[in-house]
Design a binder for this molecule. Structure first.
Ligand code: CA
Length: 414
């Protein structure tokens, strides 16, 4: 009988100097938190939330109880952040995402705020369980941009909901889903999901056996993509035993003791890392929280419209240029054909044609330039055949010289 097993890995990434992600992998409860704000705030915020919510890791008699407990723990953690900021004003503006699950028998309670993600892999199909609380997701939901556009949108890091010192009653999404032995759950920060595609995530989850191997592989995938952000991954494999092994694991900033006073001064700066990754040197815009103020979504939509307009204008210019090139080519090509001559037959007589014999569809690229009095029938058989097959000339003079020769042949024949 397989027991439920899990693994949690957090990596600072290749560019950031500190890890602002935290995660907790317990016996029944798993949580990822991605902190943001200030020089020292993000790691403190995510660590506080991970440690506070971990207190809710216990056996619950019903999903409803677990849902209530998880949500209460998140609200309590939110209050703790506000209190911490009250005591340490240098942490003002800190916040964190939080995405967690609690296992209750054959069911999973999900609680989520921010843009960390929870996925379920079942029977080879990866399903994203949570919706990002980002402005770009709002734009996607309202049909204004596609998910592909959202993935590269310049405002993709702007969050609409987080835990922090701003909102005393943050809106947390919760739901209860069924789960069964063989399901593989993934909790991750956007350091994974923003840089590794869902297809690659699914492939990594399917091609690995143990939860630890899967978590390691996902972090490696993010590092292979430059890992501009901190990356944190929890993989939970649902077994058929209701009694999971006791576990109490923190990773990321929650793994270290909380210390925030003067922390930014002590932190080493890792500049050389930037130089090693010149192509990835552009750090992603720091995730930040914008409370949903009046008109902000509308501003973003206007910004998007202007961007779309610029795109349309660019396309228009490209199309006009392409047409200009095609027209020029046709005109120059036609003029070239009209500098060519050949000798052929027109109404039974030898004639000089201007242009080339080839036709483009219904368009004739040649016309009679001059019809002579030489009857083709008067020519010796060989010349008759040649003229019918047409005789190419270098220019008009050459064409007239050919006519002269044919004229002589016609005379000889008579
Ligand atoms: Ca992040």
């Amino acid at each position: 009988m397989a027991t439920t097993s899990s693994a949690a890995v957090s990596h600072v990434g290749r560019i950031r100097s500190n890890n602002q992600d935290s995660a907790y992998a317990g016996s029944h409860l798993f949580l990822v938190a991605d902190g943001m704000g200030g020089h020292a705030g993000g790691d403190v915020a995510s660590a506080i939330v991970a440690q506070r919510v971990a207190e809710a890791d216990q056996t619950y008699s019903s999903p409803h109880d677990a849902e209530f407990a998880l949500q209460s723990a998140l609200i309590a953690a939110n209050s703790l952040l506000a209190e911490t900021v009250f005591e340490h004003s240098e942490l003002t503006g800190m916040g964190t995402t939080a995405s967690g699950i609690v296992l209750v028998g054959g069911q999973i309670v999900v609680a989520h705020i921010g843009d960390s993600r929870i996925y379920r892999l079942r029977g080879g199909t990866l399903e994203q369980i949570t919706a990002d609380h980002t402005f770009v997701q709002r734009l996607v939901d309202s049909g204004r941009i596609t998910p592909e556009e959202a993935a590269v949108h310049p405002r993709r890091s702007v969050l609409m909901r987080v835990l922090g010192d701003v909102d005393a009653a943050p809106e947390i999404d919760t739901k209860v889903l069924d789960t069964r032995p063989g399901d593989r759950w993934l909790l991750c920060s956007d350091g994974l999901s923003s840089y590794v595609s869902d297809e690659r995530i699914a492939a990594a989850l399917q091609s690995t056996t143990s939860a630890q191997a899967a978590a390691d592989r996902l972090v490696k995938d993010s590092l292979d993509h430059g890992a501009p952000d901190n990356v944190t991954v929890i993989v939970v494999d649902i077994g058929d035993s209701d009694d999971p092994a006791p576990q109490h694991l923190f990773v990321g900033s929650a793994a270290a003791p909380l210390s925030f006073e003067g922390e930014s001064a002590r932190r080493p700066i890792r500049l050389p890392t930037l130089l090693l990754h010149p192509l990835k040197a552009s750090q992603p815009e720091d995730a930040h929280f914008e409370p949903e103020r009046e008109g902000y979504l509308e501003e973003l939509i206007q910004e998007d419209r202007r961007r779309a307009m610029r795109r349309r204008i660019t396309w228009l210019v490209v199309v006009v240029l392409a047409i200009a090139v095609i027209v020029t080519t046709v005109v120059v090509g036609y003029q070239w054909t009209q500098s060519r001559y050949y000798v052929g037959v027109d109404h039974g007589r030898v004639a000089v044609f201007r242009g080339v014999q080839q036709n483009i569809g219904p368009i004739h690229l040649s016309s009679v330039y001059q019809t002579t009095t030489i009857e083709v029938a008067d020519l010796p058989a060989f010349y008759r055949e040649s003229v019918r097959n047409t005789l190419g000339a270098d220019d008009l003079r050459d064409a007239l010289a050919i006519v002269d020769r044919l004229s002589n042949q016609a005379g000889d024949q008579q």
